[in-house]
Write a protein that binds this ligand. Structure first.
Ligand SMILES: Nc1ncnc2c1ncn2[C@@H]1O[C@H](COP(=O)(O)OP(=O)(O)O)[C@@H](O)[C@H]1O
Ligand SMILES: [Mg+2]
Length: 273
């Protein structure tokens, strides 16, 4: 197959990425990342590790100084796959620029040449799923930080992308809404959507990713592997100024195969009693 959609090709394939900011700060320094279709990958690393920069490079929002990114085995032009790839950077306000939240959610679908009524239906559906119904008529700048983050996510979802790149998607979202967001991400990945999430939070990783790309403090990949392998490697995480999730630390020395989440720990304890 020379062109068209090669379904065995990775959703995103990046090699040799380097990026330094204009002031000379090297943020990403020789990174290879390949994300298969339907895969759930976390970009994990401490503050300043280069996660946000890498996510923007993968999403084609900034151009690397060196290296390449290829999408769906088809093209290196992110703009050519804009309606299949939604990227959410760290600042939700970047996605909220219309007079109302409803118009922000409708903005993406309006570029998509959809049948009559489909854009409105998507807005209603996504707003309902993310509990934003009450906020649709509000000006986005009136929303709280966590509400803005959910509204920005909603605006990324109304285009119904094949791949979703999210920078710290629940960092300032309260516990109940966090569960709502994570449940929706589960549904999307069950439906085959590719997911890349950047976070410094080892507690979040098992909820959103099957594989981890661990960044060290110097813009390089320290390790990449299955979530369990990376999150139970205390020495590796410590080298990157991170710690294993609390339940992993709680079960340390008690089992070779610790649960990664509180829910998994409860299941296990229930089984033993
Ligand atoms: N606009 C910028 N100008 C200069 N340096 C920047 C800029 N944005 C980020 N950096 C620097 O680049 C490095 C990587 O930042 P970033 O990608 O935001 O890391 P992370 O998301 O992992 O916290 C850090 O040293 C940060 O201070
Ligand atoms: Mg960041």
């Amino acid at each position: 197959m020379t062109d068209g959609d090669d379904t065995s090709a990775p959703a995103i394939q990046a090699s040799g990425l380097r990026y330094a900011y204009p002031d000379g700060t090297p943020a990403v320094d020789g990174v290879d990342v390949s994300v298969a279709r339907g895969e759930r990958v976390a970009l994990l690393g401490p503050n300043g590790a280069g996660k946000s920069t890498l996510l923007q490079l993968l999403g084609g929002l900034i151009e690397p100084d060196e290296g390449t990114v290829r999408y769906f085995g088809e093209t290196a032009d992110a703009d050519a796959v804009r309606d299949r790839l939604s990227v959410l950077t760290q600042n939700p306000a970047d996605y909220l620029f219309n007079p109302t939240v409803r118009e922000d959610l409708a903005y993406g679908p309006a570029q998509q040449d959809l049948p009559d009524g489909e854009a409105d239906a998507r807005v209603e559906r996504v707003a309902d799923r993310l509990d934003l119904d009450e906020l649709l008529s509000k000006p986005p700048f009136r929303l709280s930080g966590g509400q803005q983050r959910r509204a920005a996510l909603a605006s990324a979802l109304t285009v119904e992308p094949d791949a979703l790149l999210l920078d710290e998607p629940v960092s300032d979202v309260d516990a109940a809404n966090r569960e709502t967001v994570l449940a929706l991400l589960d549904e999307l990945t069950d439906a085959g959507v590719t997911l890349v999430v950047s976070t410094p939070d080892t507690e979040l990783v098992p909820r959103v990713a099957d594989r981890v790309v661990l960044l060290d403090g110097d813009g390089r990949v320290a390790a990449t592997g299955p979530t369990r392998e990376v999150l139970t490697d205390t020495a590796l995480l410590t080298d990157c100024d991170l710690r294993p999730p609390q339940v992993v630390r709680l079960f340390d020395g008690l089992t070779d195969d610790p649960p990664l989440t509180v829910e998994a720990a409860r299941d296990r304890l229930g089984d033993d009693t």
